[in-house]
Design a protein around this ligand. Structure first.
Ligand SMILES: Cc1ncc(COP(=O)(O)O)c(C=O)c1O
Length: 497
């Protein structure tokens, strides 16, 4: 009578093209977890199993060693190898949604962030599917200085030392902070020492760190209305109570803020050199009033130096930081628009008393930003490559801005806009369209093949007209002309119905 195979559960259909050791290991793990090899069951010796499976003994030995290290099997001196006492998992009915799986209980934070992303997504036509997309908030990747960047990156990677082998400096590479201190003094009137600078992964991280250092749960953060919802979402996610102060053509008006009684106001986020999304410059009297207000509250003004690099008319606008002499302003900037959002490098210039708390917060967040890119950026600025790159971008964006304004004047005479002195987008108003027509316009834009973004999400209360954020940085002039032609067609279609 034929004898049943001795180690039937250990029959492994081995694929000779793939590593045998890995296949056997996976098979045995799965058999233990499923209870096919039950706890206490004795296993064959490595020699016997190797013979049975026609593999080398080294293979079975390495598999047993690994299973033992992972706690699936145990050896009992002299008497052999056994399956460990492990509860078998209940059988899976489906790989995609196991019947016993229960969704994790999510936090209010997760719900808030999901809601912000959903609202954001709903107000833009799907990116990348349109022949022309007026994508705001990103620079043209075709202008990225590939060769110069590759040179400095390679130079820094080849250099001996800590850059590639140790944790980075928590507050940022010393060289980058020194170069930045000089750069900011000459371009933005921001006079600071390298020890006041902390390198961050971008504005979102910068805002979050400052909130963590200043605010307790429920403390108040003020944002601009309209304003950058990404910033408001970061502050809310940190547990702050976020309220807004209205923006008019002179910038944010802090006198019209209605702060709730009994709560501490500990920071305000502003974009004074090119307000997001309106593009207005904060007027000097407003700046004075804001600083006095913040001082009286002992609140910090977080100045996001938004789009200051791309000014097309007049002189660069003075920073709030330069105006302050009481340690009230944190000055934040990012290389996301002037170099690439993929770099994830930004910076904070801090009042001296905040440098250490922010260093602690950054340490806890990630131990510091990637060092190689920081060293490369420092070299890039030092060599004059950054200034050259900015000059090139400014010229290209200036022509694109002119093309957009020209095309709007010709094809959408009912439109008006703001924010054309600087930046990478215009805020375009269609005063003859009511907000009710907006979904129709977004739909018609998709049909007409043009990607646009509504600015409604940036307002606390929906505006009375339709407002679009049209980014022009990534489009060549003929594409801009074509895009506005498509947009005009969509406006006509949405107005007809
Ligand atoms: C006003 C404003 N601030 C900050 C950011 C994000 O900056 P970062 O990439 O440095 O986090 C954006 C992104 O578009 C923005 O529009």
């Amino acid at each position: 009578m034929p004898r049943p195979p001795r180690y039937a559960e250990l029959f492994v259909p081995l694929d000779l093209e793939r590593p045998l050791q890995e296949q056997l290991l996976r098979h045995m793990r799965a058999a233990v977890v499923a209870g096919e090899l039950s706890p206490g069951r004795k296993l064959p010796s490595t020699r016997a199993l190797a013979r049975h499976l026609r593999v080398s003994r080294t293979t079975t030995q390495l598999v047993y060693d690994q299973l033992q290290a992972e706690g699936f099997i145990v050896t009992r001196g002299g008497s052999g190898t056994f399956i460990a006492q492990i509860e078998p998992s209940p059988p899976r009915t489906s790989r995609v949604a196991p019947s016993h799986a229960r969704p994790p209980l999510l936090s209010r934070h997760a719900a808030r962030v999901a809601e912000t992303r959903r609202r954001w997504g709903a107000l833009a036509t799907p990116a990348a599917r349109q022949p022309v997309h007026f994508h705001p908030g990103v620079p043209d990747p075709r202008l990225f200085p590939r060769n110069a960047w590759a040179r400095v990156l390679a130079e820094c990677a080849r250099r001996e030392g800590r850059i590639t082998s140790d944790y980075p400096d928590v507050v940022g590479a010393r060289t980058l902070r020194e170069v930045l201190a000089q750069h900011l003094a000459t371009t933005r009137g921001v006079r600071c020492s390298a020890s006041q600078i902390v390198i961050v992964t971008g504005m979102h991280q910068g805002l979050g760190l400052v909130a963590r250092a200043l605010a307790d749960e429920g403390d108040v953060a003020v944002v601009e209305d309209p304003g950058y919802v990404g910033g408001a979402a970061v502050l809310a996610a940190e547990g702050m109570h976020v309220i807004s102060a209205p923006v008019d053509r002179h910038g944010v008006d802090i006198r019209r803020l209605r702060a709730p009684a009994g709560r501490r106001v500990c920071m305000i986020h502003v974009t004074p050199s090119h307000q997001f999304p309106t593009g207005v410059v904060m007027a000097y009297p407003r700046r004075r009033t804001l600083l006095a207000w913040a001082n009286a509250q002992r609140a910090i003004v977080f100045e996001e130096d938004y789009h200051a690099e791309f000014r097309f008319r007049g002189q660069p606008v003075e920073s709030l930081y330069a105006l302050d002499d009481s340690g009230t302003v944190v000055h934040g900037g990012t290389f996301a628009k002037s170099m690439s959002p993929a770099l994830r490098i930004g910076y904070l210039v801090l009042p001296p008393a905040l440098a250490e708390p922010i260093e602690h917060a950054k340490w806890l967040a990630d131990f510091g930003s990637p060092a190689l890119e920081q060293a490369a950026l420092a070299r890039f600025i030092e060599r004059g490559d950054y200034a050259r790159h900015l000059r090139r971008c400014r010229v290209a964006y200036w022509h694109r801005r002119e093309a957009l304004i020209g095309a709007l004047e010709r094809r959408l005479p009912q439109a008006s806009w703001s924010g054309d002195d600087a930046g990478l987008h215009l805020l375009v108003r269609l005063a003859d369209m009511t907000p009710k027509a907006e979904p129709r316009l977004l739909e018609a834009a998709v049909k007409a093949g043009v990607g646009i973004m509504s600015a409604r999400i940036f307002h606390a209360a929906a505006p009375a007209d339709v407002q679009l954020l049209l980014g022009y940085a990534c489009l060549a002039e003929p594409e801009i002309e074509d895009g506005v032609r498509r947009l005009a067609r969509a406006v006509r279609a949405a107005s007809r119905r």
